[in-house]
Structure formats: C-alpha cells, structure tokens
Unconditional design. Structure first.
Length: 278
C-alpha cells in the first residue's frame, strides 16, 4: 500500500493525484483525481462525467469509476482501525471485552439465603454459605463477597466477587485505612479480637469503600494476627499455687514436675507465636 506524501490541488496531469474537493454531479473527472463525499475519500479509476449512477459509495455503478481509499486496506486492517476483531486475526487491536480475560466475579449457587455484601465460604457441597470466624476452621475460610443486588436466595445463583478489587457500599461506616477481618455470620469487622479464627479480608479505603483481598487458605486455629501482645501474656505467680488446683501434687517432686509441664506448654505456645511473626 502506497503512502500519499502530498495532495496536488491544481495544475496536475492525468496521472497525478489531484484533490478536487467534494464530489459533484455533471462534472468531468480524470483518472487519479480524488474527491470527498460523506466523510470518505474516493480515487477516480476511469475518466468519466459524473452522474447519479456513478456517485461514489451509492451509485449503481460507482465501483466502475471510483475506488474508496479505505478499500485499499485488508478486511483485518479495516477491523483494526475500528478497534474490532480478535488478536487471533492478523490485526492486533481488540475491544475491552476481549482484553478483560479474568472477571472479578463468578456466578455461584447459594447454600442459604445470602444478603448483598455477605462474606461467604465455599462448602464441600459446591455452594456458598455465610462465613463465620467463631464456628469452625472451615466456615472461617472466607473466599468471596456477595455483590448480587438484593442478595441470593437459597439454591439460587448470583454474583460473588472472589478476586481482589474495590467494592463500594453506601451503608458501610468503616474507619478509613484500617484493616478489615471476618466477623460473625458473614459480617466484616475492623477488629480481629475475640475470634476463634482470624481472617484478614482487606482494608477500608474510605468509610464506604473497601479493597477486597481475602487471604484465602488462612484456616488455622493458631492464627492470631491482629491480637495485641497484652492478650497473649500469661501471668504465673507461684504463691497462687494450691493443692486444690492439682490435688495429686502432694510432694515437692510432684510440684516440680507440674511446673516443668507448665514451662513446656508455655514454650510450645511461644514457638507457635514466633512461627506467626508475633
């Protein structure tokens, strides 16, 4: 395909490309002269006197006299100019629908009635149920949040976001820039305290917008992320020890063995906390 470096507007020969302006009827056009009509450029390929039947683009025999400039491109090249087609064709342009390969949401089945913005976990039955930080390890492994308008009734399908991304809910009142955790019965809370299983869910960007980013797979009863050091402290005062606590400890040797057992339990707890970076 050639490249037009300039347009000659007058004084040309029949073999030169001369732009004649807007196409007119009853006008003599020479080969290689160029006209414009309805947003397109046309090149005269056969000298003629113009008329209704040779009007570029619409006349019954216009292709015998004119060549639309865009027609010099291949079908794929024309599609590329329009932003259409797929990358599997020779053009490399694509629409957003094609580029957006991974959706943030899935269409899933609810195991129970779910409200919009409920946090959910995937049960072994293949359905999604309300996640809960105090029921069990399984229910605490939250992996999605219901975005379906109006929620999803039991055994019905709806939209659940499982990929990280921003979510806005006008009824939320979170403290901006705070970490968010799984609470009870599908709720999102700002504090991880007093929960059997702590599950980070992301953070609050504003009072009504969160960045949803659940830490999938964090189903560990020993997980204590978010607890303060004070809640993990253990105070042992020997003076408080009495035989009624452990009746079998009646001798000094037995008492020493009991205290050794406490030391081992405390060390095991310390090792677990260290493993979690506490």
């Amino acid at each position: 395909m050639g490249i037009m470096k300039y347009i000659q507007t007058s004084g040309g020969t029949g073999s030169a490309t001369v732009f004649k302006g807007t196409w007119l009827t009853a006008t003599d056009y020479l080969k290689n002269q160029q006209v414009a009509l309805l947003g397109d450029l046309y090149l005269c390929i056969v000298s003629h006197t113009s008329g209704a039947t040779t009007q570029p683009g619409t006349g019954a025999s216009w292709t015998d006299k004119w060549a639309r400039q865009i027609d010099s491109l291949t079908v794929d090249e024309q599609a590329a100019c329009a932003g259409e087609g797929t990358p599997s064709a020779s053009n490399k342009f694509a629409t957003k629908t094609y580029i957006d390969l991974i959706s943030l949401c899935i269409t899933a089945t609810a195991g129970e009635t779910l409200s919009q913005y409920n946090v959910v976990y995937a049960k072994s039955d293949g359905k999604y149920w309300k996640a809960d930080a105090d029921t069990s390890i399984t229910t605490a492994d939250a992996c999605g949040i219901v975005l379906q308008s109006g929620g999803i009734t039991a055994n019905a399908t709806g939209s659940i976001q499982v990929k990280p991304g921003y979510i806005t809910n006008g009824s939320w009142t979170f403290t901006p820039h705070t970490n968010l955790y799984l609470g009870l019965a599908g709720a999102i809370v700002e504090s991880a305290t007093a929960r059997s299983n702590t599950k980070p869910l992301g953070y609050a960007e504003t009072a009504t917008q969160i960045y949803w980013n659940p830490q999938t797979g964090w189903s560990n009863t020993e997980l204590v992320s978010g607890l303060s050091p004070d809640q993990l402290s253990i105070t042992f005062i020997p003076a408080n020890y009495t035989r009624t606590i452990v009746p079998s400890c009646t001798t000094t040797a037995q008492l020493a063995a009991h205290l050794d057992g406490l030391d081992l339990a405390i060390k095991a707890l310390a090792d677990r906390l260290t493993a979690h970076g506490i």
